[in-house]
Design a protein around this ligand. Structure first.
Ligand SMILES: [Zn+2]
Length: 242
């Protein structure tokens, strides 16, 4: 959008959707930008859904860096400190507030606990500072129940869930032959996190993937985007109504 288009959208009461991704290892078959692709695609589809219901929204450029300590052992991973990630999200939310948008919904695809904590803290501090923001955490109920069995098992980093989502959005970004040859890795990241593990290696993911990448399909990705975009659109409507 140009600045004039953005100003017009703000004056029409548009809510801003902020995709939140990361730059981190996603197995040998998905790009480092996987979470950026997923969050941006889900936000764009949420905007389309809102538009169909007569609700104005804009999609902000995504947060492409985050707390990614779990993937720190793998090439190309770039992690922010908790303080920087929190301040970055806070400042973007407040910037969108000053730009006149009716609120900000954080559309997050990077599920590491440190990143969830940063986004949660940023939304809280922005709301205390007079901003207006929401963070629907897809790792919590009821949202998590909508995202399939692998997601619920916690073995959901670069497995069939994320591979399907990238296949549906950017099929040429998936190394298909590599994905097809990957053995299942049912080790649950959420169980490992509960047990105090702090890296993919410690959690039993020597190639930075968990779950079942070979099972991924674009069709599955489409139905997951339908769920994710509904979660974000519902959050935007609740924010506007509150
Ligand atoms: Zn991811």
């Amino acid at each position: 959008m140009t600045y004039e288009e953005a100003a017009a959208a703000a004056s029409q009461g548009a809510v801003a959707l902020l995709p939140a991704g990361a730059t981190e290892a996603h197995g040998p078959h998905l790009p480092l930008s996987t979470d950026v692709i997923i969050s941006e695609t889900a936000a764009l589809r949420a905007a389309r859904r809102l538009s169909d219901e007569g609700v104005a929204s804009v999609v902000l450029p995504p947060l492409a860096y985050a707390v990614t300590e779990f993937a720190a052992d793998f090439g190309g991973t770039i992690s922010l400190s908790l303080e920087t990630a929190t301040a970055l999200a806070h400042d973007v939310i407040m910037g969108a507030h000053r730009a006149g948008f009716s609120g900000v919904v954080v559309c997050n695809a990077h599920l590491e606990p440190g990143n969830l904590a940063a986004l949660k803290a940023a939304v809280k501090s922005a709301n205390e500072a007079g901003g207006w923001a929401a963070f629907p955490d897809v790792t919590r109920k009821p949202h998590a129940l909508r995202l399939g069995e692998e997601f619920k098992s916690g073995a959901c980093h670069a497995g069939s869930y994320e591979t399907s989502l990238v296949l549906a959005a950017e099929p040429f970004m998936v190394r298909d032959e590599v994905a097809q040859a990957l053995a299942p890795n049912p080790n649950s990241l959420s169980v490992a996190i509960r047990d105090g593990k702090g890296s993919f290696l410690e959690a039993g993911g020597p190639r930075a993937y968990f779950g079942y990448p070979a099972d991924a399909t674009a069709t599955e990705g489409e139905s997951l985007y339908a769920e994710l975009s509904a979660i974000f659109a519902e959050s935007a409507k609740a924010l506007l109504a509150a």
